[in-house]
Design a protein around this ligand. Structure first.
Ligand SMILES: *Cc1c(COP(=O)(O)O)cnc(C)c1O
Length: 219
């Protein structure tokens, strides 16, 4: 299938109130431009170096989302232009984003990444840590950051009940936070599990290989 067919196929499965973040990591600028030309404006990358190489070569109205683990010493390279950092997994990182956003006279949107998967290899905050950070944010601790929602990844498994259970944990937390302060984004679901995620309440999905094809890490 062509990029265009893949893209339209995904878009047709998403209702209008579900945001699509097209995950372009490992794929060339030419492919991103092609999907952009089909009308896609939101793209996700997981590495700072790859993002800062691609950014100047592409249209300036792309909303870039950082979706991978972010080291504090690299925040400065993206603070000027990043739309949303979806992978906030520590207070130290949130502090650094706040500091670099202030330097650039802006507010940076972030999502708190919460550990919902049973497998323990994934980054993310424990629920209690996320609650703690959100309280501090409401108190005004991070004035140059806007926590707009939550992000999570489910266990990589064929067991749909487990995936559902994990996504539901995040949806419940999202509802709880939303009562304290209105949120916009519940980011969960990737190529293999986004329909389940949407059933569980996701309003933003991060889809890579189903649009761009399989990633080749050998180069
Ligand atoms: C790579 C990646 C995705 C997209 O994965 P696909 O299976 O290719 O859709 C989504 N979220 C995160 C955090 C990723 O690193």
């Amino acid at each position: 299938m062509s990029l265009q067919e893949n893209y339209n196929d995904i878009k047709n499965q998403l209702s209008e109130n579900v945001e699509l973040v097209a995950v372009s990591k490992t794929h060339p600028v030419s492919a991103i431009q092609e999907v952009y030309d089909l009308g896609q404006k939101v793209f996700g990358e997981n590495k700072v170096q790859e993002l800062t190489e691609k950014y100047p070569q592409l249209p300036k109205d792309i909303q870039w989302h950082l979706i991978g683990h972010l080291q504090t010493n690299k925040v400065k390279y993206i603070a000027e232009f990043i739309d949303t950092i979806q992978s906030v997994d520590s207070e130290k990182l949130l502090n650094e984003i706040n500091k670099e956003a202030a330097k650039n006279n802006r507010k940076i949107k972030v999502l708190l990444q919460v550990k919902i998967a049973e497998e323990d290899s994934k980054f993310g905050l424990e629920v209690s840590e996320a609650e703690n950070l959100f309280e501090k944010f409401i108190k005004g601790d991070f004035p140059n950051v806007e926590i707009t929602g939550l992000m999570g990844m489910a266990t990589f498994t064929d067991n749909q009940d487990q995936v559902k259970k994990e996504f539901s944990v995040l949806k419940n937390l999202y509802n709880k936070f939303n009562e304290k302060r209105p949120l916009k984004t519940l980011s969960m679901g990737m190529s293999d599990d986004f329909p389940i995620a949407i059933n569980c309440g996701a309003n933003s999905v991060r889809v890579g290989s189903a649009i761009f094809g399989r990633r080749d890490y050998s180069q």
